[in-house]
Design a protein. Sequence first.
Length: 224
Amino acid sequence: MDNRGVRGRSSCSQERAHLKILGVSDEVAPSVYSRAIRDRFGDVDLVISCGDLPYSYLEYIHTMLNVPSLYVHGNHDQPEYMAGGRRITKPGGWINLHGRTVCAKGLLVAGLQGSIRYKPGCPYQYSEAQMRLQVLALVPRLLANRARYGRYLDVLVTHSPPLGVHDGQDFAHRGFRALLYFIERFRPRYLLHGHRHIHRTTRHRTRHMHTEVINVYPYCVIEV
């Protein structure tokens, strides 16, 4: 497991001039889950998952690319059962971003998991009020980033999009208003999300105020 690029927080004092991120979400992409993954994506510096993917798929990506790997849970995430009865409850080698901030390859990255609550008793689903509380719980860490590095955050990783930006008409795919507040107050350069299965024929990158909102489904290479 190589997440050494996540541990040295002093490296976030000065951002790297160029960085490539592989974002994945919601659907296994044959071009990623491939023997040629190193040929296609061997130059990425960081991998980010926005949820709803098999943990074995994420472990394959991390093993093959061997770069810092960060994730949040999607609303459909659940334990995975492998041959021999092994039960996987999280992807090995990956760092769970939910409710925390980390320094990864010179970027300040934070995460918020899950979708709007549309079924009772389901994990990784939240009411609007619950998501607002999770955003507020991140504030002390964001203020600490601002004091130490001169900025709150570079990348926010979520499963769901903000309300009105890439979200759907049906309630299950409605975005969170709390994420709009986050963008307005803390101005991350990027917000990466999944949840909406929007193909590249549809617009998947939208600027909202100071933030570029990117739907990474099913995968996307972002050059910072």
